[in-house]
Design a protein around this ligand. Structure first.
Ligand SMILES: [Zn+2]
Length: 298
């Protein structure tokens, strides 16, 4: 069976045609143009699907999307103003009626977790937490081999755990959220403050590797903030694994060793016993794979 697969991100929309085992026959991408709003995004998705339908024997459409997604009905239950007019968008209904095909939608971080569970770092791991570290921090919770999505499809908003009451203002309207202290953006801010100049994170990590003391102290402070959030998650869910995705995962084992050292000092002994921490394996492709998995399981 061939499926059209989409990943709607803040800057680009990746898509392709895959069989139901995740083997892609075709892949491409185009800019999201988020500021043009939810309706423009869906209209373009419809046009792209009609084009794909002309060229392939597609039997369904599946979508990984930013925002809190009703994954049963394919509706955006909440999205920030990054994509104006996206909240309330009935994606499955709109695209389904225009193309005549079944359409499934799932939140992008949940798709990352599904993709990593299906084929990547968390293969055969029944209890894990997926944390994506980028401009913000996203989360997905896997319990007993299933995604936990909460009562309104909105569980796993890890980025908005409170780390410091009355701390820095967050996009969610609160103060002191985890992602204001432990996202890539937060690290960039800390680096800029320490070096009084804008510095690319790749260059910053090179500095740490080369023994720059100031850079090392900045990294340790940021990792300390990250693991303070993770500590609560570990104590709450007792996971077998934490999978870390997002751009930061490119730092691989070097960064993992910092995270491990810091986290294991903060968690109770029995929680350490079978806990491993890994970087996501299918960085760019995990969301597409997860969307396929979401399509075929139900
Ligand atoms: Zn927040």
């Amino acid at each position: 069976m061939l499926i059209a697969v989409f990943d709607i991100g803040g800057t680009s929309i990746k898509y392709g045609v895959s069989d139901d085992n995740g083997n892609f026959l075709f892949q491409d991408s185009y800019p999201t143009k988020a500021s043009q709003g939810g309706k423009a995004i869906i209209d373009k998705l419809i046009a792209t699907n009609l084009e794909l339908k002309d060229n392939w024997e597609i039997e369904g459409i599946t979508i990984s999307s930013a925002g809190q997604i009703d994954n049963k009905n394919g509706v955006v239950v909440y999205a920030t103003d990054n994509i104006p007019g996206y909240t309330g968008m009935e994606i499955s209904k709109n695209i389904g009626s225009a193309t005549g095909l079944p359409v499934k939608v799932e939140n992008d971080v949940n798709c990352t977790a599904l993709g990593e569970y299906w084929k990547g770092a968390a293969k055969n791991v029944e209890n894990f937490i997926c944390v994506t570290i980028g401009t913000g921090i996203g989360g997905a919770i896997f319990i007993n081999g299933q995604l936990f999505t909460g009562s309104r499809f909105s569980a796993g908003e890890i980025g908005h755990i409170n780390l410091y009451p009355n701390g820095k203002a967050c996009t969610c309207g609160n103060r002191g959220c985890f992602e204001r202290y432990a996202s890539s953006l937060a690290l960039e801010e800390m680096v800029n403050d320490a070096f009084h100049e804008k510095k690319d994170l790749k260059l910053f990590f090179d500095n740490v590797r080369n023994g720059d003391e100031v850079a090392k102290q900045v990294l340790e402070k940021w990792v300390d903030q990250l693991t303070t959030g993770l500590q609560s998650l570990v104590h709450m869910f007792n996971p077998e694994m934490i999978v870390i995705g997002g751009g930061i995962s490119a730092q691989g084992d070097f960064l993992l060793s910092y995270i491990r050292d810091s986290l294991f000092k903060k968690i109770m002994p029995n929680h350490q016993r079978n806990l491993s921490i890994k970087m996501a394996e299918y960085e760019n492709k995990a969301n597409l794979l997860g969307a396929i998995k979401h399509f075929i399981v139900e």
